[in-house]
Design a protein around this ligand. Structure first.
Ligand SMILES: [Zn+2]
Length: 311
């Protein structure tokens, strides 16, 4: 049987703010943090509740030094999990409360990741998240920060936040502009049961879709996703916690694969969801009792990564 911990892996959907080091946050805040403040438990009822666990991490990610240290520690934390390539995402807009600009936040993260890469040999791509609950102007300015020469180091755009309150249709202009500027993007869609958000993401030209679970409601749309080679970034532990999927038995990963969709396995938030790639792979192996499936998921990750990956 494969040793899943030692299996070289790729994680394409991992939020930096949801994957911070608890001891570093405690040192930074000068107090102990109770697990329920930053991690979900089995009593979590929705994505809206899940998102409240980001309050403390976001409160911490406001100074250049701290952001840089966390980005470096993030890559180091992936070593035991045998991650070879990670696409780490974060919302620069959320780290501007104490005066940093979005560009400065991105540069801090890149500096920290580069130091982490030197130490660990783990390659990375950076995805900048626009936010659903901020003004269109702010998201458009983020686009400026990741475009052209100033955009070096960022491989794609994402849209994160509460999908049930802010549907994708509100962000038509943002993605039209991203497409015009040839910035590839993934969009969190279909995480709260809304298949229309998945349809809109595809219409906008998303290369990948975060979670995409609601896609199971529409077999024709599943075929379209397969035909276009759009990657679906699935995160089982997180999806069960937010009730995006009612149970592991009902998890549609196998049906997506059967439809020829490029499904990948990812963590979403290592700290908030208390998970690792090894745990996600273990969950899927135990569910489907099929090791060849794991190789397929890795191959799909290589194929749908925003940067070329080799290992
Ligand atoms: Zn996510």
């Amino acid at each position: 049987m494969l040793n899943l911990q030692k299996l070289p892996k790729i994680d394409l959907h991992c939020h930096l703010d949801g994957s911070l080091s608890v001891p570093m946050m405690e040192r930074h805040l000068g107090r102990r943090i109770a697990p329920r403040e930053i991690c979900v438990d089995s009593g979590c009822t929705s994505l809206t509740e899940y998102l409240t666990k980001f309050d403390i991490p976001v409160q911490c990610l406001q100074t250049a030094e701290y952001i840089e240290q966390e980005a470096e520690a993030f890559l180091e934390s992936l070593v035991p999990d045998c991650i070879r390539y990670v696409e780490v995402r974060f919302a620069p807009i959320l780290s501007t409360a104490k005066g940093l600009s979005c560009r400065e936040v991105i540069e801090c993260v890149l500096r920290g990741l580069e130091r982490g890469k030197e130490k660990t040999g783990i390659s990375y791509g950076v995805i900048a998240c626009a936010m659903r609950n901020v003004s269109p102007d702010m998201n458009m300015r983020l686009l400026d920060d990741i475009s052209g020469d100033s955009g070096s180091g960022v491989c794609a755009l994402d849209l994160a936040g509460d999908e049930s309150r802010y549907p994708n249709t509100l962000f038509h202009e943002l993605f039209e502009e991203a497409r015009r500027r040839r910035i590839p993007f993934t969009i969190h869609s279909g995480e709260t049961g809304n298949v229309e958000n998945v349809r809109t993401a595809i219409e906008y030209g998303a290369s990948r879709i975060g979670h995409g679970l609601a896609l199971i409601q529409d077999p024709d749309l599943m075929q379209e996703v397969a035909r276009r080679g759009i990657g679906i970034e699935m995160c089982p532990t997180s999806n069960l916690q937010t009730h995006a999927a009612p149970s592991l038995a009902a998890y549609p990963l196998d049906r997506f694969l059967d439809a020829g969709i490029l499904v990948t396995l990812n963590t979403d938030n290592r700290t908030v969801s208390q998970t690792t790639m090894t745990q996600e792979f273990t969950l899927i192996r135990d569910l489907f009792r099929d090791e060849s499936l794991l190789q397929l998921l890795l191959k799909n990750a290589q194929e749908t990564a925003f940067l070329p990956t080799e290992f």
